[in-house]
Design a protein around this ligand. Structure first.
Ligand SMILES: O=P(O)(O)OC[C@H]1O[C@H](OP(=O)(O)OP(=O)(O)O)[C@H](O)[C@@H]1O
Ligand SMILES: O=c1cc[nH]c(=O)[nH]1
Ligand SMILES: [Mg+2]
Length: 212
């Protein structure tokens, strides 16, 4: 597995404000959106393109266009929905599938409550959006689901990752041939006893959308 913690002063600046307990929901949503676009720029370095020729006002020019089939962007509800607009701003022609997953607060096991994805993902590059990679259970289950449908390349974009979760995802897919990448704004210190990332930013879903 490839892991990239994006080292950029603007990313660090926005992330610091996101962590701040005084940051309200509207500001948290806006910063999440901005951060995702910065992370997506790095996360799409390997997006597949095909050669294309266009006519400039002067002469033909060789270039590239996104290859077919189009990439699939998959936000993991609820919190991943806050990352969707920032991602599609960069990849406006991508298709979007949805996964609803929630972590049991006691067992920390992820449960899938909604799946709306193409049945056949053969040959598709997928970009999974979830702000928090904590134990890694949610992301590992999501990637397994995508691989089971034929996806052959998965990149996860997270705002924060815990070392424990990165290790879990890496071990889960160690024997899979298809590449798995994680792009994150930072790798934090550790998980606490409740499975929260520290220093972290708290519950991303609650901070985006309120406590439900
Ligand atoms: O790495 P893990 O230990 O599996 O935890 C991470 C998951 O927990 C959070 O979702 P949550 O279950 O709080 O659902 P929500 O997005 O609806 O708030 C987060 O958005 C991830 O999906
Ligand atoms: O720190 C954490 C861990 C899981 N989910 C969150 O929203 N935050
Ligand atoms: Mg939550």
């Amino acid at each position: 597995m490839q892991t990239l913690a994006v080292d950029h002063p603007l990313v660090a600046h926005k992330l610091t404000t996101l962590r701040d307990i005084r940051t309200d929901s509207p500001t948290f949503r806006r910063l999440t959106d901005e951060l995702v676009t910065l992370l997506a720029y790095e996360a799409t370095r390997d997006v597949r393109v095909a050669e294309a020729t266009v006519q400039t006002p002067l002469v033909p020019a060789q270039g590239v266009q996104l290859a077919s089939p189009k990439p699939l962007v998959v936000p993991i509800l609820r919190a991943g929905l806050g990352m969707l607009d920032g991602m599609t701003r960069l990849l406006p022609t991508a298709e979007v599938g949805f996964l609803g997953m929630v972590r049991d607060e006691g067992t920390l096991q992820a449960e899938t409550y909604a799946t709306r994805l193409p049945d056949d993902l053969s040959g598709r590059q997928c970009y999974v959006l979830d702000p928090m990679l904590a134990t890694g259970g949610t992301l590992a289950a999501a990637i397994r689901l995508l691989f089971d449908r034929g996806a052959d390349d998965v990149t996860a974009i997270c705002l924060l990752a815990a070392p424990e979760g990165l290790k879990q995802v890496e071990q889960t897919f160690a024997d899979d041939a298809a590449p798995v990448r994680v792009v994150t704004a930072a790798i934090d210190s550790h998980l606490n006893e409740q499975g929260f990332i520290e220093p972290g930013l708290g519950d991303a879903g609650d901070r985006l959308y309120g406590v439900v």
